[in-house]
Each structure stands twice: as C-alpha cells, then as structure tokens.
Write a protein that binds this ligand. Structure first.
Ligand code: ADP
Ligand code: MG
Length: 445
C-alpha cells in the first residue's frame, strides 16, 4: 500500500469519525507496512493502539479495502527507536530467543489475567494441563468457541507458561492465516524443504483460528502432513477455531476426524458472573492507569448485565468509558456510561424475534419455512419445529400461546410439550445440544 492510499483513507476517516476522534486517535497512527493482509501501524502508546483497534478497527479495514487494498487485520506497534529511523523489515517478529518465529504473543494474555468461570472452566483446565508440559496425553487440544471468548488469550497463556517452565522447548504459535501465508511464500520462493523442516522441528505447535484454512485446499493438505508428522513424533499440538471440528466449512473429512482425536473443549458464551469478574479484574488495571477515576460496582453490574455479546466488546466498552471520562474530565456515573456507550448498548439490546428463529432453524435443518409452520407431523419437520419453539421460549419474551400462534396457530400445550421434549433430548443427545448452541450463537450475532 502506498502512503497516498493511506492519505486518502485518512481523509475519509476524518469525515466519518469527526474531528475530535480523528485528531485524538487516528492522527497519531503512522502507517508502517502491509503484508499478508495485515496492515501495521506505529502508535505512540499501546493504549492508543488498543483503543483504535477496538473502536475504529473495522471501519479502518473497511475503508482500506474500499480503496482496493486487501487488508484483513490491523496491527499496532509502539516502534523501537531503530524502527522509527529505518523502514521496518520483517512482518513476522521473533517471539523469543528461539530461531523459529511465529505470530507475536500478547504479554497481557497470561493465566494470571484469565478470569475463570463456569463457561470456560473446562477449557481453562485443559489449557493448564497442556501448559504443564510433561508427557502428551491428548493430542491435539482443540479449543473452540465464539469470537471474543478467550481462545487466543488461552493459547498465548499456554505459550507463555511453556516458555517459562521449559525455555529449551521450541514453542511455535501462529494464526492459521500466518501458516498459509508462510506456506505460500515457501512455495513461491521454492523453499518447501525449509518450510517442512521448520514445522517438523517444533516441540509444541499452536495454530489459532484454524477455520481459516477451510476451502484452502493446498494449505489444508500441508497442514494435514505437518499435523501428522508432529503427532507421530509425540509433539503437542494445540488448535483453536470458532466452531467444533465437524462444523468447519470446506474442511476435508480426514482433517476433521484428525482434529477430533484429542480433547475437544468449548468455551461457552459468558454468563453474568464471569462478565462481572472480568470487568472487576480489568478495572484494577485501569485504576493504575487513571488514578483519578473511580468506577462504582453499580456501573460494573450494569455493564455485565447489558453487554452480553462477548468479552472483547465488554473490554472495549470499559476502555472507551475510561478514555471518555478522562478526556472530558468527568466522573464515571451511570448517566455518563449510558451516554458514552449508547451505540454498544443499543447493539447488545437487539431482540431476537420468533420469525428470525424459525428462519434460522429451517435453514439449519434444510427444510422449508412453510413446512416448519405448517401442519405436517413427520419427524423431519416436527423436530426442527420443536427446536424452534424451544429457542423461541428461551430467547424471546413471548408467552406459550403467542408462540403457538406464530407456529401456524398451534395450541399452547403443543408448544409446552415441544419445549419439554427438547429439554429432555438436550441432555441425552449431544447432537441436539450442539445444534442448539450453534443456533443460539448464530441468532445472537
Ligand atoms: P477469541 O480468540 O476467542 O476471539 P480473545 O482471546 O482474543 O478471544 O479474547 C478477546 C478479549 O477478551 C481479549 O482481550 C481477552 O484478554 C479477553 N478475555 C476473554 N476471556 C477472558 C477471561 N476469561 N478473562 C479475562 N479476559 C478475557
Ligand atoms: Mg482469537
């Protein structure tokens, strides 16, 4: 990308974000480079980088792509003196003293800063176990869950811990996107032998967001071989994805089944207690940064109740709140919170309708909407119908008779029966439990 294009995007951003936001947050950015779909910017402080990433990241990516640049991710770095003076070179920075470089590890993503609650306790326990090193008991460890639920955080925590306990181990962490980028580079530069050698010589391989390689056939193929070679050599592999192995689109069957061979654990959507716990632990960090600002328990509870999408959004809200209060020099009250976060709160407020549920469920089971609502009682239609009724009861505030009316005028006892049936099946049939989870997530997006 040329500086001209960035200058153009800057102009657009100034219009889109307003002069204040622009001069506070965007002007301090200095474009450094674009490689492998990742645009890197130099920032004066990490705080600015985080803030921009959380609040304006998507907008920046959108405008860059609109100008014809293919950018999928932004990266912010506080340059060292050397980097300011000369042009930055490698896109991939070494993560430690070892000779293999992966994606950079975030120093804040440790076990110490990971708040454990019911929704993530299993994933956390499994991650801890792997981080202890020792003989490989399950391979791979496959962590999955919706965005912003802590997959990357846990993986970085494992890497930090392993490096600390056993500095001699070669721990390689990288995103699936990086894996592909490096694979393609090796192909282009005719360095496949080096590539294979490199990946087969690690002791622990961690690949984040593996769903990314779905549909990318030659990358999948190479990933499969790397994977097998490492498993055969009894090396630990840790994988994350936004969904279960079987649900990843356009992923070869043999890879799916390989990924299921170890321990598959999911991070469930957060609950209120976990969100409050996370907010409390983040506040401690902010209190050090903004010694003059206080935030009451009431405001935290309000946020934990109202922002239930994911932890990233929750954190972003808190960052923004502190930054805003500090900029305008006001106390963090409930009113200020509502003012400052009105857009986030509105987005989290999104109510799911019975009609949306019916549409999603019929798409999921590949039946027609009319058959779901219609009178047919064959199992193929009846089961999805009951699932939709169950979700309608759970996710909307509609009463049983109201739900019945929306399902072709059925009686409320029919709805009640359907809801009960799914409750029973959920405990017995893991496929149904998974389907419900998947649908619920899709509906909440
Ligand atoms: P994912 O990779 O699942 O999309 P991340 O690991 O990037 O999510 O998490 C998003 C943000 O939320 C990160 O800043 C992370 O530190 C934070 N986060 C997620 N879960 C927790 C948790 N249990 N405790 C503390 N912070 C968390
Ligand atoms: Mg992640």
């Amino acid at each position: 990308m040329t500086n001209d294009i960035w200058a153009k995007v800057l102009k657009t951003l100034q219009g889109a974000l307003g002069t204040n936001n622009f001069s506070n947050w965007i002007e301090p950015l200095e474009f450094a480079q674009l490689a492998g779909g990742v645009a890197t910017f130099h920032v004066p402080t990490n705080f600015i980088g985080n803030y921009v990433s959380q609040n304006f990241g998507e907008e920046i990516i959108y405008h860059l792509n609109k100008e014809g640049e293919s950018v999928s991710r932004l990266q912010f770095r506080v340059p060292t003196n050397a980097q300011v003076a000369t042009k930055p070179k490698a896109a991939i920075k070494p993560t430690g003293s070892e000779d293999i470089s992966g994606s950079p590890l975030d120093a804040r993503f440790t076990f110490d800063t990971f708040v454990v609650g019911k929704p993530n306790e299993l994933a956390h326990a499994a991650a801890r176990r792997v981080a202890e090193g020792g003989p490989v008991t399950f391979n791979p460890l496959f962590l999955y869950g919706g965005v912003g639920l802590g997959k990357t955080h846990l993986m970085h925590a494992i890497a930090h811990e392993l490096k600390e306990r056993s500095p001699e181990l070669n721990v390689l962490y990288l995103s699936a996107e990086q894996f592909m980028y490096r694979f393609i580079t090796a192909l282009r530069e005719r360095k496949m032998m080096d590539f294979k050698q490199l990946f087969r010589s690690v002791d622990v391989l961690m690949v984040d967001d593996v769903q990314f390689i779905g549909g990318k056939d030659s990358t999948q193929e190479e990933f499969f071989h790397t994977f097998n070679a490492l498993v055969d050599g009894r090396k630990q592999i840790i994988i994350s994805a936004d969904r279960a192995p079987g649900e990843i689109k356009d992923l070869e069957e043999r890879i799916k089944s390989r990924l299921q061979c170890g321990l598959v654990v999911d991070l469930h959507p957060t609950d209120y207690e976990l969100r409050l716990g996370i907010l409390q632990s983040k506040v401690e960090v902010y209190s050090a940064q903004y010694p003059d600002l206080q935030i009451s328990q009431g405001v935290l509870e309000f946020l934990a109740h109202r922002i239930s999408t994911n932890v990233r959004v929750l954190e972003g809200a808190l960052t923004r709140l502190f930054a805003f209060a500090s900029l305008v020099g006001r106390e963090i009250t409930l009113e200020l919170t509502q003012d400052c976060l009105s857009d986030v709160l509105k987005a989290s407020d999104r109510k799911v309708t019975v009609e949306e549920i019916q549409r999603k469920v019929s798409e999921h089971y590949n039946i027609r909407l009319s058959d779901m609502i219609g009178p047919k009682r064959v199992r193929n239609y009846a089961r999805p119908r009951q699932i939709a009724m169950y979700l309608a009861k759970q996710m909307t505030s509609r009463s049983l008779p109201e739900i019945g009316r929306r399902f072709g005028g059925r009686d409320h006892t029919t709805v009640m029966h359907g809801v009960k049936r799914i409750e029973e099946l959920k405990a017995l049939d893991s496929q149904i439990a998974d389907d419900l989870e998947l649908l619920r997530r899709a509906l909440q997006e």
